[in-house]
Design a protein around this ligand. Structure first.
Ligand SMILES: NC(=O)c1ccc[n+]([C@@H]2O[C@H](COP(=O)([O-])OP(=O)(O)OC[C@H]3O[C@@H](n4cnc5c(N)ncnc54)[C@H](O)[C@@H]3O)[C@@H](O)[C@H]2O)c1
Ligand SMILES: O=P(O)(O)OC[C@@H](O)[C@@H](O)[C@H](O)[C@H](O)CO
Length: 443
């Protein structure tokens, strides 16, 4: 679920490389609109993956996607979820795409969530409905419908494999879907709790949005016209933890690692890579940069990233080879041929900063330090928000309410990210001073 650029550069690539005999096939469903399916279906799911290093492009035709489907096609989705041959569902729908609150409950302030709950409460009462017209539009609503159909079909257990940048993404999605099931069909909830495995993953491969120039590059590299190529960096990593009761491709053949304890890997990647990305997306943008490579070449931004990494590293534990990891990350950020736009990374700041910056600030404060290196990321985000920079966010209504608040705007904004930060006067002062430096007229 979530047929974006990343799922193609990562899970589709791993499956393609690992499964030489074509035993496995991916039925890929879009999220919010049909575009990716409309582009891929006429090319039989085939697409060009362009690996872009600092000095060259290499193209591979990936063939693991055997079906590209509009996510709104619930008939096909239910058919496949209810089929015993379906072994797992990966999700790449963005952090905000789960529509869960900070404590993992379905977000009842979200009209689409409420509509799905209403429809599912009626439709999942007995046998499956004849028609799915008016059916769920949210990711977890659709997934719950599919899992309910699987239970009724007696098709057995399977694995759910979230591949979005969230800590403990397996348990996070498990608790979210169980909470939703509790509201609409507790019996299916009990079946999910018993039969469905939720795998945690740490995923890594920097994959920007495809541009029209990438389409030109693809045809020049392969000779094939491709409406849906994807550009990515050569680096890739996939760490997974959890059971696959219905089997899985041998992704380890392509370099994936299966571990018992995923948290150290997950935190290292989320805090160092994604945390620095968000810092650059806001603080770098305030300095006029548009891409990661441009921002990291700015000595001021680079110093901020180093300070951020020092703060995060103090809470990452031993044995993670942080020195080499950080050196490799700098090189990846410096790859100017990967045009990773700060505007793309800066979207959905509330959800992202909650897991990328807030935990570092809280850990630094608990250690008796200021937390300023990570406070800078949130302060820069606040500056951009206060100056009405376009930053698409599922929490837009909350942001608008904070900006219109009679009280302290900074406190109200920070409360959206993590209420604990809004209780700490020193953190709020730190955020204010970053926002103030950037926006003297709004101070
Ligand atoms: N791009 C990367 O470098 C990268 C690397 C690691 C992990 N990821 C994870 O993958 C996610 C997707 O990245 P991408 O580059 O493929 O983005 P993308 O915009 O190309 O694709 C996102 C997919 O998610 C769907 N989606 C987005 N918001 C949704 C919502 N609210 N509800 C339902 N579906 C929704 C879209 O329709 C699309 O299918 C990221 O948010 C991140 O969690 C991305
Ligand atoms: O994909 P997002 O929007 O969650 O985050 C933007 C980037 O930080 C992210 O895509 C990284 O490039 C990726 O996580 C690298 O593996």
């Amino acid at each position: 679920m979530g047929l974006g650029a990343f799922s193609r550069a990562h899970q589709a690539w791993y499956t393609d490389v690992a499964d030489e005999t074509g035993e496995w096939g991916i039925a890929a469903f879009t999220g919010r609109n049909a575009t990716a399916a409309e582009e891929l279906a006429p090319q039989d799911g085939l697409f060009t993956l362009i690996e872009r290093s600092a000095d060259r492009d290499t193209a591979t035709i990936v063939s693991s996607i055997v079906e590209a489907v509009d996510g709104a096609n619930l008939d096909r989705f239910v058919d496949l979820l209810a089929a015993p041959s379906t072994a797992l569902v990966t999700l790449t729908v963005t952090e905000a795409g789960y529509r869960l609150t900070a404590n993992g409950q379905p977000n009842r302030d979200d009209a689409a969530v409420n509509d799905d709950i209403d429809w599912l409460s009626t439709a999942l009462g007995g046998e499956l409905p004849e028609s799915f017209a008016g059916g769920p539009v949210t990711t977890l609503g659709r997934l719950l419908l599919g899992l309910h159909a699987r239970r009724l079909a007696g098709a057995g257990p399977l694995a759910i494999v979230p591949c979005d940048n969230m800590p403990d993404n397996g348990p996070f999605v498990r608790s979210g879907i169980l909470a939703l099931a509790q509201l609409v069909n507790p019996e299916t909830g009990a079946w999910i709790a018993e039969e469905v495995s939720f795998v945690s993953t740490s995923v890594d491969r920097i994959t920007p949005k495809t541009t029209p120039a990438d389409v030109e590059t693809a045809v020049s590299l392969t000779g094939f016209a491709d409406q849906a190529p994807v550009v990515t960096e050569p680096f890739r990593d996939w760490v997974l933890s959890g059971a696959f009761p219905a089997g899985r491709p041998q992704w380890e053949k392509a370099g994936a690692r299966f571990v018992d304890e995923i948290e150290p890997f997950e935190r290292r990647k989320l805090w160092l890579l994604n945390g620095a990305h968000s810092l650059l997306a806001y603080a770098g943008r305030l300095r006029g940069h548009e891409t990661v490579a441009s921002a990291i070449a700015d000595p001021e931004c680079r110093t901020w990233v180093t300070e951020y990494w020092d703060a995060a590293s103090a809470h990452l534990g031993e044995g993670l080879d942080l020195e080499n990891y950080r050196a490799a990350l700098l090189e990846r950020f410096e790859n100017a041929r990967i045009e990773h736009r700060l505007a793309q990374i800066g979207m959905e700041g509330v959800t992202k900063l909650r897991v990328r910056a807030a935990p570092i600030i809280l850990a630094e404060r608990a250690a008796g330090r200021s937390g300023q290196a990570a406070i800078r990321a949130i302060g820069a985000w606040a500056a951009l928000v206060i100056s009405r920079t376009e930053l698409p966010d599922a929490a837009a209504a909350g942001i608008a309410a904070a900006l219109a608040s009679e009280g302290d705007i900074v406190t109200e904004l920070i409360r959206l990210i993590d209420p604990r930060l809004a209780e700490d006067a020193a953190v709020l002062d730190g955020i204010r001073s970053v926002a103030k430096q950037a926006l003297p007229t709004h101070a």
